[in-house]
Design a protein around this ligand. Structure first.
Ligand SMILES: Cc1cc2nc3c(=O)[nH]c(=O)nc-3n(C[C@H](O)[C@H](O)[C@H](O)COP(=O)(O)OP(=O)(O)OC[C@H]3O[C@@H](n4cnc5c(N)ncnc54)[C@H](O)[C@@H]3O)c2cc1C
Length: 503
């Protein structure tokens, strides 16, 4: 009988040195650092560039830094980062309308009933407050302020939460240094061929600089090329373009803004939407669109008109993509992480989260050489759920729009939505309730923020809310809003906060 030790996986190879490759390397190297026999090698092409976008995150990035024991201030300094409290959605419901999807909690339960239900009653009586008026992150963002709550503190800003905007290239560099210090070997070479075993697993890779690179386990982080999972293992791709038809992005960088907003802007446009991501030393901009409705030249003009051609520090760059995901993220002895595994448009900045989740889930399902199939199936189920939930949440932003001013937006009036989203919307529109699944990335407050922002209201209220003392609730709302505004106004400007951290 083989001993447990001889069954443990000793050689891992990661193909690709973009955000996915280096996050995977960092998480794997950190998690397995006490396994003395484990070797991790990362192969990166010296000729094929990384995608070079992916600069807005969600709060789980802070959890990842904590997990890797990376000091936040050092990371901010090395990656040109700024803070992000929310996304402001402009022109999604109608042109001229804006709403927020903030991080952190929105409002506090009253009489053991969710704050959102009270707000619905307030809205039904033509109350003056938006749902997001009770978000500490929005109070800060609207005033251009930033504040990082300290663990355990109890103020009306402590329920705010934050993420980062950063330079993707610098993040990959930082995580590369981190991984190399933990013993990861970096090989600069092109993978030219993959050799399979008789059972269809990956045996070894052929490189242009050395004959073969063998390993027990492989990570495909080769981006859209999907070298291992697609070209070698032929794992199919679920095409989700019928639900999310945008398929092109133009990216351009501009000079930094004077006061570095602590939020991302996602502005709906004639054939898609445009992003604005403010970093310390530049602003990232882009136009995500569907090429059935606008050609590249016209999309470029629209993007440049918005950002001001004179502010550009790079040329607009076109990126093609196909929304969807692999049928299986883990097949045989290979896991696809990053763009090789799937793509969802960056409307809610979720791809880097999915990379981190994929690597952490792998560590939690760490295989031995027997590659137990039930663990693989469970990994694939968990990753499927992540993709499906995020997909539904992104579709929600489009399908609730009332815009009809272009063919693209007219299409959304009758585009079929996923059955899973339809079910969620039916539940919501009946009595304002949501399916609560603690494993979902986007919790109730996120769904409520978008539903309230897009003015989707339920047909009836929760009966328990009807018996609440309305004038007392209204007074509580007024007091809470006023206190939040006062406290937010007293905090430091985001730029000043950053300047204090930058060395
Ligand atoms: C327009 C757009 C905007 C985005 N915005 C966001 C955002 O705001 N937030 C977010 O979380 N995500 C965002 N993303 C997603 C994010 O950019 C990616 O998830 C992330 O960059 C990971 O990319 P990757 O590492 O998988 O691929 P890549 O960056 O493309 O890296 C692929 C690597 O594989 C290597 N490679 C390829 N072929 C070979 C070969 N034959 N041999 C050896 N090496 C090879 C390349 O050299 C490269 O190092 C965005 C994506 C797009 C398209």
């Amino acid at each position: 009988m083989q001993s447990t030790d001889s069954l443990s996986i000793e050689e891992y190879v990661i193909v690709g040195g973009g955000t996915a490759g280096w996050i995977t390397a960092a998480i794997l190297a950190h998690s397995l650092k006490h396994f003395k026999n484990v070797k991790i090698k990362l192969v990166e092409s010296p000729d094929i560039p990384t995608i070079g976008v992916g600069e807005a995150t969600i709060p789980s990035i802070i959890d990842m830094l904590t997990y890797l024991k990376i000091p936040l201030v050092e990371f901010i300094n090395k990656t040109d980062a700024s803070f992000k409290l929310a996304i402001r959605f402009d022109d999604w419901l109608q042109q001229g309308h804006s709403y927020w999807h903030p991080f952190g909690k929105i409002g506090n339960a009253i009489d053991n009933l969710p704050f959102y239900q009270h707000w619905l009653k307030h809205a039904k009586h033509q109350g003056q407050y938006q749902f997001s008026d009770f978000s500490p992150s929005v109070a800060l963002a609207e005033h251009g302020k930033f504040y990082a709550p300290r663990p355990g503190e109890k103020t009306n800003l402590s329920a705010s939460s934050y993420a980062l905007h950063f330079n993707a290239g610098k993040v990959a560099e930082y995580l590369k240094t981190y991984s190399l210090e933990l013993g990861v070997e970096h090989i600069k070479a092109n993978v030219t061929h993959t050799e399979l075993t008789t059972s269809g697993a990956i045996k070894q890779l052929k490189l242009d600089t050395q004959p073969v690179l063998a390993a027990d386990f492989f990570f495909d982080c080769s981006g859209q090329k999907a070298l291992l999972i697609d070209k070698s293992l032929r794992v199919g791709y679920q095409d989700w373009q019928s639900f999310l038809p945008v398929n092109r992005a133009l990216a351009v960088q501009t000079k930094p803004s004077n006061n570095i907003a602590p939020y991302t802007i996602a502005k709906a446009d004639k054939a898609g939407w445009q992003w604005q991501i403010p970093l310390q030393s530049r602003t990232g901009n882009g136009y995500v669109y569907c090429d059935d409705f606008i050609d590249q030249a016209a999309a470029t003009t629209q993007l440049l008109n918005r950002v001001g051609e004179e502010n550009c520090i790079t040329e607009p760059r076109l990126i093609r993509f196909k929304t969807g995901k692999r049928n299986k993220m883990w097949h045989k002895n290979c896991v696809a992480i990053g763009l090789s595994g799937g793509f969802l448009e960056p409307l809610e900045s979720t791809s880097i989260y999915l990379i981190m989740r994929a690597a952490l889930n792998f560590v939690q399902a760490l295989p031995d050489k027997n590659l137990h199939q039930p663990s693989i199936d469970e990994y694939n189920r968990l990753m499927d759920n992540e993709y499906l939930n995020i997909r539904d949440f992104i579709v929600l932003h489009y399908c609730t729009s009332k815009r009809t001013d272009s063919e693209f937006w007219q299409m959304w009036q009758h585009l079929p939505i996923p059955a899973s989203l339809s079910q969620k919307l039916d539940l919501f529109t009946s009595q304002g309730r949501l399916m609560d699944n603690p494993k979902d990335l986007f919790a109730s407050d996120s769904w409520y923020a978008v539903l309230a922002g897009m003015q989707v209201t339920p047909n009836s209220l929760d009966p328990l809310i009807e018996r609440s003392n309305f004038s007392l609730i209204e007074k509580a709302m007024h007091d809470s809003y006023t206190a939040l505004q006062n406290n937010a106004r007293q905090q430091r400007d985001h730029k000043q906060y950053l300047n204090n951290l930058i060395k």
